[in-house]
Design a protein around this ligand. Structure first.
Ligand code: AP5
Length: 218
């Protein structure tokens, strides 16, 4: 059973690579950001609270995040493995994940670390466009990965694509700073535990995917 965590700075391609991996391995792609955006789309009070944090580029507090992730990981479709994208992001969340995994009788198999430069992260996020259908959320980039069927519309589902509300220069900078402070310590943690698979994620999307598949033995 494969339980694969994806870590790396914002814009490193966690969502893009997770989606490809999920398809290839037949596993669910679980991303906390999407779980939050689904709640926001419902217009609930909880969703409004999440949106405030996300638009500022801040981490959503653990009382909310823990509840959402515990519920999602307990669902039936995650029983045979998963690709977990964007969780954990802090040492506290790594502890929480260990507890959830041990309750469910599972263990992490691989931690894929996508390494890119700060400048590349800015460039990718500034040009990113995302399908506005929250059930699709296909990623595009204005220059490097534009839609091929009709400009401004998703190739997969035909919905409009647009910039994410947290892809503003200020929010990008704040997210990258929080990544440096809170998430980078996880790299050493998982290296020490023998799970880390470091990738040069500056390479084209297909090359990175190929390297990941080799590194995780798939
Ligand atoms: P989330 O939605 O997870 O966003 P993120 O972490 O900011 O990561 P990104 O989606 O920005 O980057 P990515 O690495 O997935 O890159 P992508 O594949 O899109 O989280 C959003 C918010 O939710 C957080 O800020 C926080 O508020 C909250 N949240 C989430 N998880 C949380 C947690 N655990 N705890 C608390 N709060 C949490 O690619 C980016 C662009 O680059 C795309 O345009 C893509 O086409 C392009 N691209 C990708 N790979 C390549 C390549 N190799 N070459 C060229 N272009 C590429």
């Amino acid at each position: 059973m494969k339980i694969i965590l994806m870590i790396g700075p914002q814009g490193s391609g966690k969502g893009t690579q997770s989606e490809l991996l999920a398809f290839k391995l037949g596993l669910p792609h679980i991303t906390v950001g999407t779980l939050f955006r689904t709640e926001i789309a419902k217009g609930s009070e909880l969703g409004t609270k999440m949106k405030d944090y996300m638009d500022r580029g801040e981490i959503v507090p653990s009382d909310i995040t823990d509840r959402v992730i515990t519920e999602r990981l307990s669902r039936k479709d995650a029983a045979n493995g998963m690709i977990l994208d964007g969780y954990p992001r802090t040492l506290e969340q790594a502890d929480k994940l260990d507890n959830i995994m041990s309750t469910l009788g599972r263990t992490i198999t691989d931690v894929v670390y996508l390494n890119i430069t700060h400048a590349e992260a800015h460039h990718r996020l500034a040009g990113r466009r995302v399908c506005q259908n929250v059930a699709c959320e296909q990623n595009y980039h204005l220059e490097m990965n534009p839609p091929t069927k009709k400009a401004g519309f998703c190739d997969k589902c035909g919905s409009v694509i647009a910039q994410r509300s947290d892809d503003t220069p200020d929010a990008i900078e704040r997210r990258l700073h929080i990544y440096e402070v809170d998430t980078v310590p996880l790299i050493e943690l998982y290296k020490g535990q023998g799970y880390l698979r470091e990738m040069d994620a500056m390479k084209p999307i297909g090359d990175v995917q190929q390297h990941i598949l080799t590194a995780i033995g798939a």
